[in-house]
Write a protein that binds this ligand. Structure first.
Ligand SMILES: C[S@@+](CC[C@H](N)C(=O)[O-])C[C@H]1O[C@@H](n2cnc3c(N)ncnc32)[C@H](O)[C@@H]1O
Length: 239
């Protein structure tokens, strides 16, 4: 799902998420805590955005990170950062619509696949998760985050939690209103798309907002401590 948020405003988005509440102090610490020892791993980052995860993964010893995103502007940001950090031999970054799968990736080529806040832009998760299963090595891990189905249910038009719906909203993430569309779906739809591909769910969490948010915005800290916003799932491809 294309949004100007990730193309026209890619640089602004990159700047904002370095130290904002939702990405820097809720999503990233929660997902990063679910990752294995990254030393020497081949990692695939689906919906990589501006490459904040790639920087983290390589900083933690990953062998190679392949960054994939629909947005060419995001891919340019990743390439620029890789050059600046002298990581060009350790990062491959290219533009690809992930709803069409991973046609450039070889079978059993990744130890770890991550995807942070991207899968809600994909209408049907089945083809993508099938591709994740294909590219993972035996024993490999898939760790991703997405909107919490209960939180998104507040946007329902149909009133039917089990019916997938396209939601359109205006977000102020980059300091001005930008139109964003995403898919709201049930937890059952998400977990079925994983388990039907033979991926075994080994951890599911609902995120923990960092203590630091208390100083940034006490009201938001209180809200996020009591209301789920994202969901995080870790799966294994059986050996
Ligand atoms: C919320 S941002 C998250 C970026 C990054 N994972 C992070 O945590 O900083 C979602 C990203 O998913 C990408 N995206 C959305 N739909 C996509 C699709 N169909 N194929 C590939 N990337 C997509 C967007 O371009 C955007 O960069």
């Amino acid at each position: 799902m294309k949004s100007k948020m990730y193309s026209t405003f890619a640089s602004e988005y990159d700047e904002v998420i370095q130290d904002n509440i939702y990405n820097a102090h809720l999503e990233r610490p929660t997902l990063q805590a679910m990752l294995p020892d990254l030393n020497d791993l081949d990692v695939l980052d689906l919906g990589c955005g501006s490459g904040v995860y790639a920087q983290y993964l390589l900083g933690q010893g990953a062998k190679h990170v392949t960054c994939i995103d629909y947005s060419k502007e995001m891919i340019q940001l990743v390439a620029r950062k890789a050059q600046k950090a002298d990581f060009t031999d350790k990062i491959t970054a290219y533009s690809q619509d992930l709803s069409k799968g991973l046609p450039k990736e070889k079978d059993a080529s990744a130890d770890l696949v991550i995807s942070s806040l991207m899968v809600h832009y994909i209408e049907d998760l089945n083809p993508l998760f099938s591709e994740v299963q294909r590219v993972l090595r035996a024993g490999g891990l898939f760790v991703f985050s997405t909107h919490h189905p209960f939180a998104d249910f507040e946007c329902t038009q149909s009133g039917n939690y089990f019916e997938r719906e396209l939601v359109q909203e205006e977000w102020n993430t980059v300091g001005k209103p930008v139109q964003v569309s995403f898919y709201r779906r049930s937890l059952t739809e998400i977990t079925n798309a994983l388990t039907q591909k033979g991926l075994v769910i080994t951890q599911l969490t609902e995120g923990e907002v960092s203590e630091k948010v208390k100083e940034m915005d006490a009201g938001r800290y209180e809200y996020l401590s009591k209301n789920p916003n994202f969901i995080f799932i870790k799966c294994h491809k059986l050996a």
